[in-house]
Design a protein around this ligand. Sequence first.
Ligand code: PEP
Length: 252
Amino acid sequence: MRRKLVVGNWKMHGSLAQNKTLLTDCITKLAPLNNADYAVCVPFPYLQQAQSLLQNTNIAWGAQNIGKFATGAYTGEVSVGMLKDFDCQYTIIGHSERNTAYCESDENIAAKFMMAKNASITPILCVGETLIEREAGVMYHVVAKQIDTIIALHGATVFANAVISYEPIWAIGTGLAANPEQAQTMHEFIRNKISALDFAAANGLKILYGGSLNPQNALQLLVMPDIDGGLIGRCSLNANDFEGICSVAQSI
Ligand code: PEP
């Protein structure tokens, strides 16, 4: 069985003072949990704070995006090498909030995914459909296309030791999570798709679920065979809620 992974996505929230309280509380609450992996993806300016507070704990840290180039005249971008300077273990790639607001193409996302992989930072690739796409019944097609760009450019083997997060856009921040069957069916679809090309990569790939995951619905979702953990937005900003989800992951 794959070890569960729970990752907080703080989005554009926090301050030095708030983060200190939140991280200190999370460190205390998560310290006894050793049966799953935990991480928080924080805004860039707080990477140093996360590194300094979280080193030597069981909570890893990472970023929410990276630039697609290694270095150069790209004003406002942050390179993967800069994340390495702060010992980041993860970076989110292709979150739908970025794709919508900054028009990220699948090709850009593929380039960022490879940047992270090549720097030994685990990419957390977000995929998912809109409500209109689900209602039209094209959600598998949409998610397949998001993954296919990476496969076409780099092959399926690059998913070995990577993370995909299935995040139906209609479930993010809405309080309306996918039900366990909807999520499991999509996770199985993703794993089978990669498995058809590289069984070992698919078997080791962690597929997280994201979208209004909370301590109340965590068990029914995380117990599903192809759901290997969660990407958590709102509930990662509250230490009790985050611990509630992490404890569920620990217990499975
Ligand atoms: C997210 O944005 O990655 C997310 C899952 O948010 P929320 O948990 O708030 O729905």
